[in-house]
Design a protein around this ligand. Structure first.
Ligand code: ATP
Ligand code: MG
Length: 411
């Protein structure tokens, strides 16, 4: 029989890989809390409409990447490709549009049918922060500052650049769209098939194209700057002032658009050159139209999502391996007493384990193999005197210690 394999594009996280992912999520969770964010959890699958309606019928995610299936009851459900739509759905379903702002942190698996490669998987994980109900550019700046703070604490900020742009308000965007259509229509026949379709349905998305055929025309495309309304320009200026005040370094990149329809004003990405083609580690923007599309009242929102796998790959130092204390009995009376000692160490919060069988030599080998930091060696005679041998497995030093003092010595 051939051994079963994980589904293409999915991965098992074991040992160091798990510790890396866990460290990324833990750091983000802790910092999000210091900015006043609460963590939410929403279902891994939703009605397909939650994504189809909001991500835009023409987006890559909806047309090519969604895991959509009909369940046994005949309903169309989709494994979530991202967190924002589900969070906004939850905001509306739970009547929370009446208690704004909501500051939401999220961490969990996402699913996209993509071509797997380094840093790109079919099941991957995101950390995500959303600020709902804040229309001021201070909200955009604060959420970016949180992202930057997380990257800094993870030690990856030095390898990434924050690029910001504005998509303006509706009026700016309409004027910009017309300018883009005029530009790209002149090169219609040379564009990729996808971009010719985008030209009809959402010309802004052409700027997001990774096709070589589109690159020269993207390079010469007009920028939004001259098309911004006065109020959109002021919004963008405020954002940049606040970022400077928060001490977040950034560059402006007029080519950044978000792939999804509901974004306006701020768009940003933290990019790195350290991961080949998978250069974006964190991406986000403002999406004032999304909650309304979900059937709620008009509610401003701004947020970002970051790929946990990409951040894990960037971590310079793998998080330290946990090291236990090995409790090793030698003799019959010691076997029983070892269990008491094991539990007293655990009650004191000390990571402690014992082998399940074997001689002293065999158990010492086992302890070393599991990278134990110390061994508590218990002989029957020593037990009778209320002591044990405590050996430091890093230095090799050994000393007799009273059982009553073991926990204190190992803390
Ligand atoms: P890309 O341009 O790399 O396809 P995207 O624009 O589709 O990214 P978003 O939808 O903005 O990505 O998701 C936010 C972040 O989630 C990305 O910046 C990336 O770090 C991560 N991410 C997206 N898709 C994947 C994937 N298939 N595997 C691993 N991480 C991913
Ligand atoms: Mg993508």
């Amino acid at each position: 029989m051939t051994a079963l394999q994980p589904v293409r594009g999915t991965r098992d996280l074991i040992g160091e890989e798990f510790r890396r992912a866990h460290h990324v999520i833990d750091t983000a969770r802790r910092l999000a809390a210091t900015y006043g964010f609460d963590e939410w959890s929403t279902p891994i699958f939703e009605d397909t409409a939650v994504f189809a309606r909001t991500l835009g019928e023409t987006s890559d995610v909806v047309t090519k990447e969604m895991y959509t299936f009909t369940d046994r009851g005949g309903d169309s459900v989709t494994l979530r490709p991202e967190a924002t739509a589900g969070i906004c759905r939850a905001l509306v379903s739970n009547g929370l549009t009446q208690s704004l702002p909501q500051k939401v942190f999220y961490a969990g698996p996402m699913f996209r049918y993509e071509r797997p490669q380094k840093g790109r998987y079919r099941q991957f994980h995101q950390i995500d922060a959303e600020l709902l109900g804040v229309a001021e550019p201070l909200g955009d700046a604060e959420i970016i500052a949180l992202g930057w703070h997380i990257l800094t604490e993870l030690g990856v900020a030095k390898d990434t650049v924050l690029e910001v742009n504005t998509l303006g308000d509706r009026e700016s965007r309409d004027a910009y769209r017309a300018a883009l259509v005029a530009h790209f229509a002149a090169h219609r026949d040379a564009l990729s098939d996808d971009s010719r379709t985008r030209l009809e349905r959402n010309p802004l998305r052409i700027l997001d194209s990774k096709e070589a055929a589109d690159k020269p025309f993207i390079a010469t495309a007009p920028t939004i700057g001259p098309h911004l309304t006065e109020s959109a320009r002021v919004f963008y200026d405020r954002l940049k002032e606040h970022l400077a005040r928060f001490g977040v370094p950034f560059v402006e990149n007029p080519r950044i658009v978000r792939g999804l329809d509901y974004y306006n004003h701020t768009a940003f990405e933290f990019v790195t050159t350290a991961l080949g083609a998978q250069g974006t580690v964190m991406a986000g923007g403002r999406y004032d139209g999304l909650v309304e599309q979900m059937g709620g009242p008009p509610t401003p929102g701004v947020g970002w999502a970051a790929g946990v796998e990409r951040l894990s790959l960037l971590l310079a130092e793998p998080p330290a391996m946990p090291r236990a204390v090995a409790v090793i009995p030698v003799g019959e009376a010691a076997e029983a007493a070892a269990l008491d000692i094991l539990q007293s160490l655990r009650r004191a919060g000390i990571r402690a384990e014992t082998g399940y069988r074997g001689t002293l030599k065999r158990r010492m080998e086992q302890a070393n193999k599991r990278h134990a930091r110390a061994a508590v060696i218990l002989g029957d005679a020593e037990l009778a005197r209320g002591v044990a041998q405590l050996r430091d497995l890093t230095s090799g030093e050994q000393a007799e210690v009273a059982l009553a003092e073991l926990a204190a010595r190992l803390s």
